[in-house]
Design a protein around this ligand. Structure first.
Ligand SMILES: *Cc1c(COP(=O)(O)O)cnc(C)c1O
Length: 225
């Protein structure tokens, strides 16, 4: 699996270079390996090459990989759409959830987070640019939802996640991230330190606009079926 290891190194170079180009501090951007549809054996290869953070979209698939990789010290991120009947398992088996888009889901995650675990790190998913993706809250509702979620005991509100409409233009890729970054900064809450921005096709724009976590699937593991 030399291509996977090569891709991982290449991504680290690209992230490091973007940090320099856009005056971001060194190591301020975390690479989240998005492993949906990929077998546990591929995650194991990435792990052995040093990767520790993995993102999954589908609960059952994630749980079976977690079982297979139980011996590894992996930080698991849930990044897919959340149905209410899945919150208990998500709250029990993940360290981070990036795709929280309602108070109802946030409350359930807080109530169902097992007491022996640290608070669950969450990001609110914000729908910044598009009609195409129905997921995420409107930017207008961000401030209020932050207030409501911040008081929940077993989750820790860390920041925001966004999936803008795809674009080939760097400028257009930057614009929605810039808007959302500024909106979060305007809330004046230093505990909101996480910007889950950027995927394989727009990670430079995302890093330019303040990403602290980039969620990379295709550029690391190859195309999905
Ligand atoms: C699949 C997925 C990614 C990774 O996308 P790539 O374009 O393959 O890098 C990132 N974020 C979310 C929420 C995803 O569902």
């Amino acid at each position: 699996m030399t291509t996977l290891i090569h891709s991982l190194k290449q991504l680290h170079r690209q992230i490091r270079q973007a940090e320099i180009s856009y005056q971001r501090p060194p190591n301020s951007v975390l690479l989240l390996a998005v492993s949906k549809t990929k077998p546990a054996s591929m995650l194991a290869i990435a792990y052995q090459a040093g990767q520790r953070h993995f993102g999954e979209n589908y609960l059952q698939e994630a749980l079976s990989k977690q079982q297979a990789l139980g011996a590894f010290d992996i930080t698991w991120h849930f990044i897919g759409p959340i149905q209410s009947n899945k919150t208990k398992a998500i709250a029990s088996h993940f360290d981070w959830v990036h795709s929280v888009d309602s108070l109802k889901i946030a409350r359930r995650l807080s109530e169902q987070r097992p007491q022996h675990l640290a608070p669950l790190n969450i990001c609110l998913q914000v729908n910044i640019s598009n009609e195409a993706s129905k997921s995420g809250i409107d930017l207008d509702n961000l401030a209020e939802l932050c207030e409501q979620v911040a008081v929940l005991p077993n989750i820790k509100l860390r920041g925001v996640m966004a999936i803008p409409a795809p674009s080939d233009s760097f400028e257009q890729q930057c614009q929605p991230y810039k808007t959302l970054y500024q909106a979060v900064k305007n809330l004046n809450k230093p505990e909101l330190d996480t910007f889950s921005f950027g995927m394989s096709d727009d990670l430079n724009a995302a890093i330019a606009q303040g990403a602290t976590i980039v969620r990379i699937g295709t550029a690391l593991f190859g195309k999905r079926p």
